[in-house]
Design a protein around this ligand. Structure first.
Ligand code: GLV
Ligand code: MN
Ligand code: MN
Length: 419
Protein backbone atom coordinates (compact mmCIF):
# COMPACT_ATOMS: atom_id res chain seq x y z
CA UNK A 1 0.00 0.00 0.00
CA UNK A 2 1.29 3.44 -0.93
CA UNK A 3 1.50 5.67 2.18
CA UNK A 4 1.30 9.45 1.57
CA UNK A 5 3.54 11.77 3.56
CA UNK A 6 2.03 14.32 5.91
CA UNK A 7 2.68 18.07 5.55
CA UNK A 8 4.76 18.70 8.68
CA UNK A 9 4.74 22.50 8.42
CA UNK A 10 0.97 22.59 8.13
CA UNK A 11 0.53 20.20 11.07
CA UNK A 12 2.82 22.22 13.37
CA UNK A 13 1.35 25.53 12.21
CA UNK A 14 -2.20 24.45 13.03
CA UNK A 15 -1.14 23.00 16.38
CA UNK A 16 0.52 26.33 17.20
CA UNK A 17 -2.64 28.17 16.25
CA UNK A 18 -4.69 26.07 18.69
CA UNK A 19 -2.16 26.57 21.48
CA UNK A 20 -2.56 30.36 21.22
CA UNK A 21 -6.21 30.08 22.26
CA UNK A 22 -6.40 30.40 26.03
CA UNK A 23 -2.71 31.18 26.33
CA UNK A 24 -1.79 32.54 29.77
CA UNK A 25 1.09 33.20 32.07
CA UNK A 26 4.30 31.26 31.45
CA UNK A 27 2.93 29.74 28.25
CA UNK A 28 0.14 27.94 30.09
CA UNK A 29 -3.05 26.99 28.27
CA UNK A 30 -6.51 27.13 29.87
CA UNK A 31 -9.47 26.00 27.77
CA UNK A 32 -12.05 24.63 30.17
CA UNK A 33 -14.97 22.86 28.57
CA UNK A 34 -17.70 25.24 27.28
CA UNK A 35 -15.57 28.31 28.06
CA UNK A 36 -15.17 30.98 25.39
CA UNK A 37 -11.62 29.77 24.69
CA UNK A 38 -12.66 26.16 24.30
CA UNK A 39 -15.52 27.15 21.99
CA UNK A 40 -13.09 29.31 20.00
CA UNK A 41 -10.73 26.34 19.56
CA UNK A 42 -13.57 24.19 18.24
CA UNK A 43 -14.59 26.98 15.88
CA UNK A 44 -11.03 27.01 14.51
CA UNK A 45 -11.20 23.24 13.99
CA UNK A 46 -14.47 23.52 12.04
CA UNK A 47 -12.81 26.13 9.84
CA UNK A 48 -9.77 23.90 9.24
CA UNK A 49 -11.95 20.91 8.42
CA UNK A 50 -14.03 22.96 5.99
CA UNK A 51 -10.90 24.27 4.33
CA UNK A 52 -9.64 20.70 3.96
CA UNK A 53 -12.87 19.84 2.13
CA UNK A 54 -14.17 17.44 4.77
CA UNK A 55 -17.87 17.00 5.35
CA UNK A 56 -18.34 18.54 8.80
CA UNK A 57 -20.94 17.49 11.34
CA UNK A 58 -21.26 19.04 14.81
CA UNK A 59 -23.60 17.27 17.22
CA UNK A 60 -25.71 19.01 19.89
CA UNK A 61 -23.03 18.60 22.57
CA UNK A 62 -20.36 20.12 20.31
CA UNK A 63 -18.53 16.94 19.23
CA UNK A 64 -17.08 17.59 15.76
CA UNK A 65 -16.74 15.01 12.97
CA UNK A 66 -14.91 15.80 9.70
CA UNK A 67 -15.66 13.06 7.19
CA UNK A 68 -13.83 11.92 4.10
CA UNK A 69 -15.93 9.55 1.99
CA UNK A 70 -14.61 6.19 0.92
CA UNK A 71 -15.50 4.03 -2.07
CA UNK A 72 -18.22 2.45 0.05
CA UNK A 73 -20.46 4.12 2.59
CA UNK A 74 -19.55 1.42 5.10
CA UNK A 75 -18.66 1.98 8.75
CA UNK A 76 -16.03 4.72 9.13
CA UNK A 77 -12.63 4.58 10.79
CA UNK A 78 -12.47 7.43 13.32
CA UNK A 79 -9.45 9.20 14.82
CA UNK A 80 -9.35 12.10 17.23
CA UNK A 81 -9.05 13.41 20.77
CA UNK A 82 -10.03 16.65 22.58
CA UNK A 83 -9.29 20.40 22.53
CA UNK A 84 -10.36 21.30 26.08
CA UNK A 85 -7.62 21.55 28.70
CA UNK A 86 -7.05 21.62 32.44
CA UNK A 87 -6.43 24.94 34.23
CA UNK A 88 -2.91 26.15 33.40
CA UNK A 89 -2.13 23.10 31.31
CA UNK A 90 0.13 22.53 28.34
CA UNK A 91 -0.29 22.80 24.59
CA UNK A 92 -0.34 19.18 23.46
CA UNK A 93 -2.65 17.16 25.76
CA UNK A 94 -5.54 16.60 23.33
CA UNK A 95 -4.71 18.91 20.40
CA UNK A 96 -1.98 16.56 19.14
CA UNK A 97 -4.64 13.90 18.59
CA UNK A 98 -7.20 16.27 17.07
CA UNK A 99 -4.91 18.18 14.71
CA UNK A 100 -2.89 14.99 14.09
CA UNK A 101 -6.07 13.20 12.97
CA UNK A 102 -7.06 16.17 10.79
CA UNK A 103 -3.59 16.21 9.19
CA UNK A 104 -3.75 12.45 8.61
CA UNK A 105 -7.19 12.61 6.97
CA UNK A 106 -6.40 15.63 4.79
CA UNK A 107 -3.11 14.01 3.71
CA UNK A 108 -5.01 10.90 2.64
CA UNK A 109 -7.61 13.04 0.85
CA UNK A 110 -5.01 15.02 -1.10
CA UNK A 111 -3.08 11.90 -2.09
CA UNK A 112 -6.11 10.33 -3.73
CA UNK A 113 -4.96 6.96 -2.35
CA UNK A 114 -7.58 4.20 -2.47
CA UNK A 115 -9.93 4.37 0.50
CA UNK A 116 -12.50 1.57 0.83
CA UNK A 117 -14.47 3.07 3.74
CA UNK A 118 -14.86 6.63 5.08
CA UNK A 119 -12.48 8.24 7.56
CA UNK A 120 -13.51 10.77 10.16
CA UNK A 121 -11.32 13.12 12.14
CA UNK A 122 -12.99 13.84 15.45
CA UNK A 123 -12.90 16.29 18.34
CA UNK A 124 -14.72 15.21 21.50
CA UNK A 125 -16.01 17.87 23.80
CA UNK A 126 -15.07 17.97 27.50
CA UNK A 127 -12.50 15.21 27.93
CA UNK A 128 -10.95 16.84 30.97
CA UNK A 129 -12.63 16.57 34.37
CA UNK A 130 -11.21 19.94 35.46
CA UNK A 131 -14.44 21.94 35.26
CA UNK A 132 -17.22 19.59 36.39
CA UNK A 133 -15.22 16.71 37.84
CA UNK A 134 -16.73 14.66 35.01
CA UNK A 135 -14.31 13.35 32.33
CA UNK A 136 -14.75 12.22 28.71
CA UNK A 137 -18.14 13.87 28.42
CA UNK A 138 -18.46 14.02 24.63
CA UNK A 139 -17.13 10.54 23.96
CA UNK A 140 -19.37 9.12 26.73
CA UNK A 141 -22.38 10.67 24.96
CA UNK A 142 -21.22 9.27 21.60
CA UNK A 143 -20.70 5.84 23.19
CA UNK A 144 -24.13 6.13 24.78
CA UNK A 145 -22.77 5.11 28.14
CA UNK A 146 -24.16 7.91 30.26
CA UNK A 147 -27.52 9.11 31.57
CA UNK A 148 -28.61 12.43 33.11
CA UNK A 149 -28.51 10.75 36.53
CA UNK A 150 -24.75 10.28 36.09
CA UNK A 151 -24.37 14.08 36.11
CA UNK A 152 -26.04 14.43 39.54
CA UNK A 153 -22.83 15.57 41.27
CA UNK A 154 -21.14 17.20 38.26
CA UNK A 155 -21.03 20.85 39.34
CA UNK A 156 -18.37 23.48 38.56
CA UNK A 157 -16.61 25.81 41.01
CA UNK A 158 -19.19 28.53 40.37
CA UNK A 159 -22.09 26.17 41.13
CA UNK A 160 -23.16 25.60 37.49
CA UNK A 161 -24.58 22.10 37.03
CA UNK A 162 -23.50 20.12 33.99
CA UNK A 163 -27.10 19.04 33.44
CA UNK A 164 -28.18 22.70 33.20
CA UNK A 165 -25.35 23.58 30.84
CA UNK A 166 -26.36 20.68 28.58
CA UNK A 167 -29.99 21.79 28.65
CA UNK A 168 -28.83 25.17 27.33
CA UNK A 169 -27.74 23.27 24.20
CA UNK A 170 -31.11 21.53 23.90
CA UNK A 171 -29.88 18.30 25.48
CA UNK A 172 -32.42 16.96 27.96
CA UNK A 173 -33.14 13.74 29.83
CA UNK A 174 -35.49 12.64 27.02
CA UNK A 175 -33.10 13.16 24.10
CA UNK A 176 -29.69 12.54 25.67
CA UNK A 177 -29.52 9.05 24.19
CA UNK A 178 -30.00 10.46 20.68
CA UNK A 179 -26.36 11.64 20.80
CA UNK A 180 -25.24 8.01 20.82
CA UNK A 181 -23.52 6.99 17.62
CA UNK A 182 -24.82 3.80 16.07
CA UNK A 183 -21.89 1.37 16.53
CA UNK A 184 -22.67 -0.11 13.11
CA UNK A 185 -21.44 3.18 11.57
CA UNK A 186 -17.98 2.89 13.15
CA UNK A 187 -15.32 0.39 12.12
CA UNK A 188 -12.54 1.43 14.55
CA UNK A 189 -11.27 4.35 16.64
CA UNK A 190 -7.63 5.46 16.88
CA UNK A 191 -6.26 8.14 19.19
CA UNK A 192 -2.85 9.78 18.97
CA UNK A 193 -1.85 11.33 22.31
CA UNK A 194 1.20 12.47 24.24
CA UNK A 195 2.24 9.90 26.85
CA UNK A 196 2.02 12.36 29.78
CA UNK A 197 4.49 10.17 31.69
CA UNK A 198 8.21 9.28 31.69
CA UNK A 199 8.26 5.73 30.25
CA UNK A 200 9.01 6.38 26.57
CA UNK A 201 11.69 8.97 27.22
CA UNK A 202 13.42 6.86 29.86
CA UNK A 203 13.39 3.77 27.62
CA UNK A 204 14.42 5.79 24.55
CA UNK A 205 11.34 4.67 22.61
CA UNK A 206 9.56 6.80 20.04
CA UNK A 207 6.09 5.28 20.23
CA UNK A 208 3.88 3.74 22.89
CA UNK A 209 1.38 1.12 21.77
CA UNK A 210 -1.32 1.30 24.42
CA UNK A 211 -2.84 -1.89 25.78
CA UNK A 212 -5.22 -0.63 28.49
CA UNK A 213 -6.37 2.55 30.22
CA UNK A 214 -6.55 3.03 34.00
CA UNK A 215 -9.91 4.26 35.19
CA UNK A 216 -10.77 6.69 37.94
CA UNK A 217 -13.14 6.62 40.88
CA UNK A 218 -14.01 10.26 41.47
CA UNK A 219 -15.93 11.59 44.43
CA UNK A 220 -16.49 14.68 46.54
CA UNK A 221 -16.07 14.54 50.33
CA UNK A 222 -17.84 17.30 52.25
CA UNK A 223 -16.97 17.84 55.91
CA UNK A 224 -19.48 19.94 57.83
CA UNK A 225 -18.08 21.31 61.09
CA UNK A 226 -18.98 24.66 62.53
CA UNK A 227 -17.89 28.10 61.39
CA UNK A 228 -16.98 30.14 64.43
CA UNK A 229 -14.84 33.01 65.65
CA UNK A 230 -11.13 32.24 65.32
CA UNK A 231 -10.23 34.35 68.34
CA UNK A 232 -12.85 33.41 70.89
CA UNK A 233 -13.45 29.70 70.31
CA UNK A 234 -11.32 27.53 72.65
CA UNK A 235 -9.37 24.81 70.85
CA UNK A 236 -11.28 21.98 72.58
CA UNK A 237 -14.64 23.41 71.43
CA UNK A 238 -13.86 23.68 67.74
CA UNK A 239 -15.29 21.70 64.83
CA UNK A 240 -12.82 22.74 62.17
CA UNK A 241 -13.75 21.13 58.85
CA UNK A 242 -10.42 22.03 57.28
CA UNK A 243 -8.47 20.17 59.96
CA UNK A 244 -10.62 17.08 59.26
CA UNK A 245 -9.94 17.53 55.54
CA UNK A 246 -6.22 17.82 56.24
CA UNK A 247 -6.19 14.42 57.93
CA UNK A 248 -8.06 12.90 55.00
CA UNK A 249 -5.69 14.41 52.41
CA UNK A 250 -2.74 12.91 54.27
CA UNK A 251 -4.53 9.55 54.41
CA UNK A 252 -5.18 9.55 50.64
CA UNK A 253 -1.45 9.93 50.05
CA UNK A 254 -0.54 7.26 52.61
CA UNK A 255 -3.01 4.61 51.51
CA UNK A 256 -2.12 5.07 47.84
CA UNK A 257 1.59 4.75 48.62
CA UNK A 258 0.76 1.50 50.45
CA UNK A 259 -0.97 0.28 47.28
CA UNK A 260 1.59 1.62 44.81
CA UNK A 261 3.43 -1.60 43.99
CA UNK A 262 2.70 -3.76 40.95
CA UNK A 263 1.20 -6.57 43.07
CA UNK A 264 -1.10 -4.12 44.90
CA UNK A 265 -2.42 -2.65 41.64
CA UNK A 266 -0.29 0.48 41.20
CA UNK A 267 -2.99 2.67 42.73
CA UNK A 268 -2.60 6.46 42.55
CA UNK A 269 -4.77 8.96 44.39
CA UNK A 270 -5.03 12.74 44.43
CA UNK A 271 -7.00 15.44 46.18
CA UNK A 272 -6.75 18.04 43.44
CA UNK A 273 -9.36 20.57 44.51
CA UNK A 274 -10.56 21.95 47.80
CA UNK A 275 -13.19 24.54 48.65
CA UNK A 276 -13.16 26.11 52.11
CA UNK A 277 -16.07 28.06 53.57
CA UNK A 278 -16.27 30.75 54.74
CA UNK A 279 -12.61 30.89 53.68
CA UNK A 280 -11.39 33.91 55.64
CA UNK A 281 -8.48 34.24 58.06
CA UNK A 282 -10.59 34.98 61.14
CA UNK A 283 -13.24 32.27 60.91
CA UNK A 284 -12.94 28.56 61.67
CA UNK A 285 -13.70 26.68 58.46
CA UNK A 286 -17.26 25.33 58.77
CA UNK A 287 -17.57 23.50 55.46
CA UNK A 288 -14.85 21.96 53.32
CA UNK A 289 -15.29 20.12 50.08
CA UNK A 290 -12.57 17.90 48.61
CA UNK A 291 -12.43 16.37 45.14
CA UNK A 292 -10.78 12.97 45.19
CA UNK A 293 -9.46 11.04 42.17
CA UNK A 294 -8.29 7.41 42.66
CA UNK A 295 -7.02 5.38 39.71
CA UNK A 296 -5.62 2.00 38.85
CA UNK A 297 -5.39 -0.37 35.94
CA UNK A 298 -6.82 -3.02 38.32
CA UNK A 299 -10.49 -2.46 39.13
CA UNK A 300 -10.43 -4.36 42.43
CA UNK A 301 -7.44 -2.40 43.81
CA UNK A 302 -9.00 0.90 42.85
CA UNK A 303 -12.32 -0.04 44.46
CA UNK A 304 -10.57 -1.24 47.62
CA UNK A 305 -8.58 1.99 48.08
CA UNK A 306 -11.55 4.24 47.26
CA UNK A 307 -13.54 2.30 49.87
CA UNK A 308 -10.79 2.74 52.49
CA UNK A 309 -10.69 6.51 51.85
CA UNK A 310 -14.47 6.84 52.24
CA UNK A 311 -14.35 4.79 55.44
CA UNK A 312 -11.56 6.98 56.83
CA UNK A 313 -13.56 10.13 55.99
CA UNK A 314 -16.46 8.82 58.10
CA UNK A 315 -14.11 7.93 60.95
CA UNK A 316 -12.43 11.35 60.97
CA UNK A 317 -15.84 13.06 61.02
CA UNK A 318 -17.14 10.80 63.80
CA UNK A 319 -14.08 11.39 66.00
CA UNK A 320 -14.44 15.16 65.56
CA UNK A 321 -18.19 15.29 66.03
CA UNK A 322 -18.98 16.54 62.57
CA UNK A 323 -20.99 15.42 59.58
CA UNK A 324 -19.53 14.09 56.38
CA UNK A 325 -21.07 13.41 53.00
CA UNK A 326 -19.51 11.43 50.14
CA UNK A 327 -20.90 12.16 46.68
CA UNK A 328 -19.88 9.98 43.75
CA UNK A 329 -18.95 11.93 40.64
CA UNK A 330 -18.10 8.95 38.48
CA UNK A 331 -17.09 5.34 38.93
CA UNK A 332 -15.38 3.81 35.92
CA UNK A 333 -13.83 0.48 35.03
CA UNK A 334 -10.33 0.14 33.52
CA UNK A 335 -10.51 -0.56 29.78
CA UNK A 336 -8.55 -3.07 27.70
CA UNK A 337 -7.93 -1.86 24.15
CA UNK A 338 -8.63 -4.09 21.13
CA UNK A 339 -6.02 -6.79 20.35
CA UNK A 340 -6.57 -6.40 16.59
CA UNK A 341 -5.93 -2.65 16.70
CA UNK A 342 -2.95 -3.13 19.02
CA UNK A 343 -1.38 -5.59 16.53
CA UNK A 344 -2.10 -3.24 13.66
CA UNK A 345 -0.24 -0.36 15.37
CA UNK A 346 2.62 -2.69 16.35
CA UNK A 347 2.93 -3.87 12.77
CA UNK A 348 3.17 -0.28 11.52
CA UNK A 349 6.01 0.42 14.02
CA UNK A 350 7.83 -2.83 13.21
CA UNK A 351 7.72 -2.26 9.45
CA UNK A 352 8.97 1.30 9.80
CA UNK A 353 11.58 0.12 12.33
CA UNK A 354 10.37 2.64 14.90
CA UNK A 355 11.35 1.68 18.49
CA UNK A 356 8.14 1.19 20.46
CA UNK A 357 6.96 0.18 23.91
CA UNK A 358 3.78 -1.79 24.61
CA UNK A 359 2.30 -0.12 27.68
CA UNK A 360 -0.82 0.80 29.65
CA UNK A 361 -2.03 4.39 30.07
CA UNK A 362 -2.28 5.94 33.53
CA UNK A 363 -4.18 8.94 32.14
CA UNK A 364 -7.77 8.81 30.97
CA UNK A 365 -8.70 9.30 27.32
CA UNK A 366 -11.72 9.43 25.02
CA UNK A 367 -10.53 6.04 23.79
CA UNK A 368 -11.92 4.59 27.07
CA UNK A 369 -15.41 5.43 25.94
CA UNK A 370 -15.00 4.62 22.25
CA UNK A 371 -13.68 1.18 23.20
CA UNK A 372 -17.21 0.39 24.42
CA UNK A 373 -18.64 0.65 20.91
CA UNK A 374 -15.80 -0.12 18.49
CA UNK A 375 -12.33 -1.71 18.22
CA UNK A 376 -10.04 0.95 19.68
CA UNK A 377 -6.30 1.61 19.90
CA UNK A 378 -3.96 4.41 20.97
CA UNK A 379 -0.59 5.68 19.80
CA UNK A 380 1.54 7.51 22.39
CA UNK A 381 4.42 9.87 21.63
CA UNK A 382 7.02 10.89 24.27
CA UNK A 383 6.53 13.69 26.80
CA UNK A 384 9.71 15.58 27.71
CA UNK A 385 10.55 14.88 31.38
CA UNK A 386 7.24 12.99 31.57
CA UNK A 387 5.45 16.23 32.49
CA UNK A 388 1.81 16.99 31.64
CA UNK A 389 -1.13 19.06 32.99
CA UNK A 390 1.55 21.70 33.38
CA UNK A 391 2.61 24.66 31.19
CA UNK A 392 6.02 23.05 30.58
CA UNK A 393 4.41 20.03 28.89
CA UNK A 394 6.47 19.47 25.75
CA UNK A 395 6.89 16.98 22.93
CA UNK A 396 9.56 17.26 20.26
CA UNK A 397 7.95 18.44 16.98
CA UNK A 398 9.70 15.58 15.15
CA UNK A 399 7.93 13.11 17.47
CA UNK A 400 4.58 14.78 16.78
CA UNK A 401 5.24 14.43 13.05
CA UNK A 402 6.31 10.80 13.42
CA UNK A 403 3.22 9.93 15.45
CA UNK A 404 0.99 11.62 12.88
CA UNK A 405 2.72 9.84 10.00
CA UNK A 406 2.17 6.50 11.73
CA UNK A 407 -1.46 7.48 12.27
CA UNK A 408 -1.84 7.93 8.48
CA UNK A 409 -0.59 4.40 7.99
CA UNK A 410 -2.67 2.95 10.83
CA UNK A 411 -5.83 4.63 9.48
CA UNK A 412 -5.24 3.25 6.00
CA UNK A 413 -4.58 -0.23 7.34
CA UNK A 414 -7.67 -0.07 9.53
CA UNK A 415 -9.73 1.08 6.55
CA UNK A 416 -8.54 -1.88 4.44
CA UNK A 417 -8.25 -4.63 7.06
CA UNK A 418 -10.71 -6.95 8.72
CA UNK A 419 -10.50 -5.96 12.39
C1 GLV B 1 -7.02 13.35 31.59
O1 GLV B 1 -6.05 13.98 31.23
C2 GLV B 1 -7.01 12.68 32.84
O2 GLV B 1 -7.34 13.33 33.85
O3 GLV B 1 -6.58 11.53 32.88
MN1 MN C 1 -5.48 15.82 30.26
MN1 MN D 1 -5.82 14.20 26.98
Amino acid sequence: MEIPEINKDRLLRDLNAVSRIGLGEGGSVTRLVFSVHELRSRQLLVHLMNRAGLEVHVDAAGNIFGRLSGEREGPAVLAGSHLDSVVQGGRYDGPVGVIGALEAVRTIKESGVRLPVPLESVCFVGEESSRFGFATLGSSLVAGDVTMDDFANAVDAGGARLEDVLSSFGIYRENLASLKRDPKTVKAYLELHIEQGPVLESKKKKIGVVTAIAAPSRFRVIFRGQADHSGTTPMEMRKDALVAAGYLITYVDEVCREHASEDKGRVVGTVGAIKVEPGVINAIPGRVELQVDVRSITAASKRKVAGLIKKRARRIARERGMKVEVLTIREEEPVALHPGVISLIRAVCEEREVPFEVMPSGAGHDAMQMAKITPTGMIFIPSTNGVSHNPTEWTDPEDICLGTQLLVEALLRAAHAEI
